[in-house]
Design a protein around this ligand. Structure first.
Ligand code: HEM
Ligand SMILES: *[C@@H]1O[C@H](CO)[C@@H](O)[C@H](O)[C@H]1NC(C)=O
Ligand SMILES: *[C@@H]1O[C@H](CO)[C@@H](O)[C@H](O)[C@H]1NC(C)=O
Ligand SMILES: *[C@@H]1O[C@H](CO)[C@@H](O)[C@H](O)[C@H]1NC(C)=O
Ligand SMILES: *[C@@H]1O[C@H](CO)[C@@H](O)[C@H](O)[C@H]1NC(C)=O
Ligand SMILES: *[C@@H]1O[C@H](CO)[C@@H](O)[C@H](O)[C@H]1NC(C)=O
Ligand SMILES: CC(=O)N[C@H]1CO[C@H](CO)[C@@H](O)[C@@H]1O
Length: 328
């Protein structure tokens, strides 16, 4: 009786310890303070030193973070190379236009030199995305760390989970909800299209062959469409020309993306889709009424939320030695 009672008690203790363990295995600010105290500073300094040579990388890096988090969580699966027996996410259509892989590799080499095997590639992506946006004058958000790297990168999963530029409202809502992100997050995170560029091929169907009869997307402002056809995407199959998504202000993290949406000048169908639903449309209007700082504050919350999607912590995953390959 007494034995049974203490064994029962022991099990309760074990269960409690187990749940404390899983509570503790979460991201935390300054996760590397003990094991690699200078890591986050080294990363920040590198970004500040080099981003001015290629400021457009800030857009590329925040987009890479987004693509990483939407497939198997923020676990740097996006960085893995295709191998002889596995086709990686990197090779899926949405990733063909990702940039910044070299930049991440250079950062990884620096932190590996400081403390080998400690800092994950997943945290590096999250940190360089934030630091490069801040360094180019955009919003700050908190990046708690402690993510670990995944060992699987699946081409099909990238196709299934990364929202396509031709996605309608329902598709976007579903793909965001699959990651635990709501409609406010959808509107706020799409606001990253205030910076950066797109290839014509990501939207030229709206200009040349929207429903397969050589027509134009009626949801796109016809003057803007005519301009794009005359001056930018002159050929329906052009897959090399790049177009600013927020013309005239593509380097500035401001509200003009949202004003364009209301003028029917969002570049992708997925941008235009945000004005096809009353809830998201009124949120767009509301953001436009607020000060820029309000957008920054809300954007920061959504970025932090996205950065927590399905993260691997504790003893799951690994700390990759090289970001493009799993440890052998
Ligand atoms: C809502 C669904 C989204 C769709 C359908 C979408 C789609 C796209 C597409 C098609 C491009 C252009 C790729 C190219 O042709 O070069 C692009 C660029 C970009 N996207 Fe998104 N995106 C979405 C959400 C996001 C989110 C959540 C972020 C970040 C928080 C983001 C950040 C960017 C940035 C910064 C660029 C410019 C990249 C560069 O300049 O290299 N996007 N997006
Ligand atoms: C990749 O993901 C798809 C879709 O979930 C699945 O059917 C397929 O088996 C996976 N491929 C590998 C190699 O695991
Ligand atoms: C949205 O797109 C999906 C996938 O292409 C399609 O099945 C659905 O019918 C579309 N929804 C609307 C409302 O057009
Ligand atoms: C438009 O798309 C349809 C259906 O995919 C195709 O048959 C047609 O050749 C295309 N027209 C042009 C002008 O590209
Ligand atoms: C880009 O367009 C060229 C010419 O039309 C074509 O040969 C090439 O395969 C295309 N590349 C991709 C990645 O679609
Ligand atoms: C990954 O692939 C890229 C592009 O093909 C290549 O340049 C790089 O060396 C590869 N990285 C590793 C570690 O194999
Ligand atoms: C950036 C990147 O990894 N791009 C690759 C995408 O996939 C094609 C092949 O499908 C490769 O040639 C690119 O190097």
């Amino acid at each position: 009786m007494k034995m049974g009672g203490s064994r029962y008690f022991g099990i309760i203790i074990l269960v409690l310890l187990g749940s404390i363990g899983s509570i503790q295995a979460q991201l935390e600010l300054g996760f590397y303070t003990k094991n690699c105290p200078r890591a986050e500073k080294i990363i920040e300094d590198f970004v500040h030193k080099h981003i001015h040579n290629a400021p457009s990388l800030a857009a590329a890096l925040i987009r890479m973070h987004f693509h990483d988090c939407f497939v198997r969580g923020c676990d740097a699966s996006v960085l893995l190379n295709t191998t002889s027996n596995n086709q990686a996410e990197k090779d899926a259509t949405p990733n063909l236009t990702l940039r910044g892989f070299d930049f991440v590799d250079r950062v990884k080499s620096l932190v590996e030199a400081e403390c080998p095997g400690i800092v994950s590639c997943a945290d590096i992506i999250a940190l360089v995305a934030r630091d490069s946006i801040v360094a180019t004058g955009g919003p700050f958000w908190k990046v708690p760390t402690g993510r670990r790297d995944g060992t699987i990168s699946n081409f099909t999963e990238a196709l299934n989970n990364i929202p396509p530029p031709f996605g309608n409202f329902t598709t976007l809502q579903t793909l965001f909800a699959n990651q635990g992100l709501d409609l406010n997050d959808l509107v706020l995170l799409s606001g990253a299209h205030t910076i950066g560029v797109s290839h014509c091929s990501s939207f030229s169907n709206r200009l040349y062959n929207f429903t397969g009869v050589g027509d134009q997307d009626p949801a796109l402002d016809s003057k803007y469409a005519a301009n794009l056809k005359a001056n930018k995407c002159r050929n329906p199959n052009d897959n090399t020309t790049k177009v600013e998504m927020d013309p005239g202000s593509r380097k500035t993290f401001d509200l003009s993306y949202y004003s364009l949406l209301l003028k029917r000048r969002g570049l992708f169908e997925s941008d235009a889709a945000l004005t096809t639903n009353p809830t998201t449309k009124s949120f767009v209007t509301q953001l436009l009424q607020g000060p820029l700082q309000n957008f920054y504050d809300e954007f920061a919350k959504s970025m932090e939320k996205m950065g927590r999607v399905d993260v691997k912590t504790g003893s799951t995953g690994e700390i990759r030695k090289q970001c493009a390959v799993v440890n052998s």
